[in-house]
Structures are given as C-alpha cells and as structure tokens.
Design a binder for this molecule. Structure first.
Ligand SMILES: [Zn+2]
Length: 297
C-alpha cells in the first residue's frame, strides 16, 4: 500500500496531506509475532506516512491492531522481568515527586511488572492489559491486572495517576486512548508516558535503521507531536526527561550485534544474563503531565 487510502487522515491533526515516507519491510503476513514486546527486527516498519501539516509520522492501515495484542505471547519478555523491574522502579522514583502516593493505573501493564513495583513503593496500583497470555501471568503472580483496555467495566475511576510505558506508539487512536485515560483520572490527576523520540540524535543519524522502527510501532512522536497529542487530549505538560532503560548484558549484546557484520556476531555466554546495565541513548521521552484545568469562561 504505497499511497494513503483517500479516506485516511492524520490521526493526530486530521489533515489529509499525507506523504509516503517509508515503505513497509514486511515480507510475510502480519501476525501477533510482529507485535511481541521483545521483537528483534529493528529498523523495520509498515508503510509510514508523514503528515504535511503537523509532521506526525504514522502507519495508517492498522485498524485491526487490537486483535494482534490480544493474541500476543512473549516468553522472552518474561525472561527480562528483572531489568524491566529496575526500569519501573526508576520511573516510579521520578513520579513520586509529583504523586507521592494514591491510586495508580498502568495501561498496557503486561504481566504486571510496574504494578508490582508500584505497590511496593506505596501506591494502590492496578493494571489493564489486552494480551490474554500476559494478563494470565499477572494473575498467576497475584497482581491486580485486568484483561482488556480502557474503557473497562471493572477499572473504576478517581485515579491519582496513570502510566503508559511504551504504549502510545502502538495504538491506532492515541488521542482516544488518552481521553479514555483522562476519564478515569481525578480532575487534577497526572499522566506519565514514555515513548521513543523520532526527533532524537540517534533516530536522525541511524535513519531508517534506528532500533525503534518496528512493525509494532505505528506512531512516531517527537516533542512537537507529543505536545500536540497532549493538547488534543486535554493534558498540560509538566516535565520531560530522557528515561534510562535496563538490559541484561547478554540481551544487549545480542541485540546490538544486529548492527555488526555477521562475522563479528557471537552468542553471549550465559553468565552475562546475570549482569544488568542501565543505558540512556537520549532517544526516548518520559513525559509527566496533568489534566488541564477546566476553563470556567
Ligand atoms: Zn497531522
């Protein structure tokens, strides 16, 4: 699909001035495998269109994307529970300055890694997760993660904060998702989200080989389009930062190896699975924002 269907519009600003920026790399039929969290096919994407008005880079033929997440199974993700736990701890430590305690809802909660850490640091935390397999893992661990997405009949309302860690780049209606989030927050509630930054230094120098070009990523934000997203959904920006990610050394070397010639690639020894390293390439944003105050006049 090289040209945008004529009825398609930019999902952020509604403009129909869409220009094909990158053709799809997909050679097989789309399936849940393409949407696994630990998908290692970096530098691949579906057709990406750039909006002539707001500049937002997006894929537009993914209306059925929800069902791929429902069927998602990802054993590798469970193997990375420890480094992802460290990442969640770090995110929560930063959040505490703005929301010291209270009710937290994690959207796209996976197997409940952030929910578990949030409970440990004093939040009353729940999660919502569309993958049956991942939600089942959370239930086995006795973590309160509901199956599905918002709006959810059992999620309730009145939350102090919602978290979306690397979620917004996956959804076919990012403004709608944030509006649903806002609906479960208190009037002065906070939102924390993280997402890759397509305007970052590494995204620019790596070009289309950048590791955050993935089949599953259908939205590519920079600071300008993130601000537009927040504005459309009725949030005001409080703070931006560059989050740390954590990997086992083994995972990191395996993934980084993809960028080396084949002859230089090697299978890292098992011992490196025990060593966890932080990494900050300044190519993701962590955004803390809050519900915009209602205008009285
Ligand atoms: Zn646009």
């Amino acid at each position: 699909m090289a040209s945008p269907p004529s009825d398609k519009k930019c999902r952020l600003c509604g403009s129909n001035k869409l220009v094909l920026a990158k053709k799809s790399d997909l050679t097989t039929e789309l399936s849940s495998v393409n949407f696994s969290i630990t998908d290692s096919h970096y530098g691949q994407s579906l057709d990406l269109f750039s909006c002539g008005d707001c500049g937002f880079l997006q894929n537009l033929d993914t209306a059925e994307i929800g069902r791929y997440y429902e069927g998602l199974e990802d054993v590798e993700y469970e193997n990375t529970r420890e480094p992802r736990g460290l990442q969640a701890k770090k995110i929560l430590a930063g959040l505490k300055k703005y929301v010291p305690a209270g009710r937290l809802i994690d959207i796209g909660a996976g197997s409940g890694i952030l929910v578990e850490k949030a409970q440990r640091v004093g939040y009353n935390a729940v999660g919502v997760e569309p993958s049956v397999w991942l939600q089942q893992r959370a239930v086995e661990l006795k973590l309160p993660v509901l199956l599905g997405t918002l709006p959810h009949p059992d999620a309730g309302t009145g939350y102090d904060v919602a978290t979306l860690v690397d979620v917004i780049e996956h959804v076919d209606d990012p403004v709608g998702v944030l509006l649903n989030v806002k609906a479960v927050l208190k009037d002065d509630g906070f939102l924390l989200l993280t997402t890759p930054d397509v305007g970052s230094f590494f995204a620019k120098i790596m070009g289309w080989k950048w590791w955050d070009y993935r089949i599953a990523h259908i939205n590519y934000f920079n600071l300008q389009t993130l601000k537009l997203l927040l504005d459309k959904a009725g949030f005001e920006l409080v703070k931006t930062s560059r989050p740390n990610w954590y990997f086992t050394l083994s995972y990191f070397l395996e993934r980084a190896g993809q960028y080396l010639p084949k002859i230089l690639r090697f299978k890292p020894p098992a011992i490196l699975k025990k060593i966890i390293i932080p990494l900050n390439l300044f190519d993701s944003y962590e955004i803390i924002c809050r519900v915009k105050k209602k205008q009285l006049f």
